[in-house]
Design a protein around this ligand. Structure first.
Ligand SMILES: Cc1ncc(COP(=O)(O)O)c(C=O)c1O
Length: 366
């Protein structure tokens, strides 16, 4: 087989997604007992207790395929969101939905506009289907520059991804900006708003994109159970899409893309609003402790609406390694002058601050 000829040339420039270091690798490398993994924006606690019990109860029935249409969860989500059944899609993580939307809409040579830095999966799916990535830099405050994104749209633009809040900077754009954007975006462009961190947002200027969803406008909204609901390991997310797009996604998805424990876990998590609120409050509290420690240690950071914080550092590689030595795994971006640190439990916060203090003492600053 001539592999070079056989494999689609669009895949040549791609590199496989590089997950962060696993706690076990760091434990082995540094011989430490306790490792704090703050690199993947996961929730520090396990799934909601009722969800956990319900998932345990279905394990003996895993010889059966899941419900391919996830009927019970669909009904619950439609009710929760006030969405129509024909617009709802459920995916193997919202990641799968990003790819399926790209697969359905993109032809070679189409353009896809998104902010940068933002979620790494947008350039991956763009490249995968032979489309062209148009990266629009964030503002100096690390916020989406929606005017510049509008200006980047051409006749060839097929999708605009908006990540709100943005990963990795944790920032949001405000309601008026989004409203203006929607009023001006040309009708041939599909606007996909990725709200993976929706449940953590406390700023009341945040535009919940579902408020603008009317089924006609080319607008899609994606969310996930991986973050505040602690189901990252199961892979489940959902989207509200105009019905024709939802129907097309339904054609190309795997028949059983969402496994049974994921459906059950999501169903039972949805019912526990009190736990969502508690987690949101705790996340906010821990961020305020972290901010005051960053201020005290002279570490620059971007105030965040998510469960992670974007730190500014001129020595990212050195600081990343030094933190590893203290047993804390954060996310680096090569030589870009920043690191992303997850927000965890009060105990995690204390350990993060202690590690940063040790690193600042050793390196004389970050
Ligand atoms: C902005 C953003 N979108 C989507 C995802 C994917 O989430 P899921 O676990 O639902 O695939 C993530 C995960 O980190 C993310 O940060």
């Amino acid at each position: 087989m001539d592999w070079e000829a056989a494999i689609r040339a669009e895949l040549d420039p791609m590199v496989p997604y590089a997950p962060g270091l696993r706690a076990s690798e760091v434990r082995e490398r540094f011989g430490r007992d306790t490792i704090l993994k703050l690199s993947s924006n996961e929730h520090p606690c396990g799934p909601f207790p009722t969800a956990l019990r319900a998932m345990e109860a279905v394990l003996p029935r895993l010889n059966r395929y899941p419900d391919g249409s996830a009927r019970a969860l669909r009904r619950a989500l439609c009710q929760h969101l006030g969405a129509a059944d024909e617009s709802l899609v459920i995916g193997n993580g919202s990641n799968e939905l990003i790819r399926l939307i790209a697969q359905v809409l993109l032809r070679p040579g189409d353009e896809v506009v998104f902010a940068w830095p933002s979620f790494v999966v947008y350039p991956m799916v763009t490249q995968m289907f032979g489309a062209i990535a148009v990266k629009v830099p964030l503002t100096a405050d690390e916020i989406h520059d929606l005017s510049a994104m509008l200006a980047a749209i051409t006749d060839k633009t097929r999708i605009v991804f908006l990540c709100n809040p943005n990963n990795p900077t944790g920032t949001i754009y405000h309601r008026e900006k989004f409203e203006r954007f929607l009023a001006e975006v040309p009708g041939h462009v599909m606007v996909v708003v990725d709200e993976a961190y929706f449940e953590f947002v406390t700023d009341d200027r945040y535009p919940d994109a579902l408020d603008w969803f009317d089924g006609d406008r080319p607008l899609a909204v994606l969310r996930t159970f991986s973050k505040i609901y602690s189901l990252a390991g199961l892979r489940i997310g959902y989207g509200v899409l105009p019905a024709p797009l939802a129907h097309a996604v339904d054609k190309v998805r795997e028949p059983f893309n969402v496994n049974t424990p994921a459906q059950v876990g999501a169903f039972y998590s949805l019912g526990d609003e009190a736990e969502v609120e508690r987690r949101k409050r705790e996340n906010q509290e821990q961020k305020t402790y972290l901010y005051s420690a960053f201020d005290r240690l002279g570490i620059g950071y971007v105030p965040s609406e998510t469960n992670f914080v974007y730190l500014r550092t001129e020595r990212p590689v050195e600081v990343f390694e030094a933190l590893l030595g203290e047993g804390v795994i954060v996310r680096g971006f090569g030589t870009a002058p920043a690191l992303r640190v997850g927000v965890g439990t009060p105990e995690d916060t204390r350990a993060t601050i202690a590690a940063l203090e040790a690193v600042v003492a050793r390196l004389g600053g970050v």
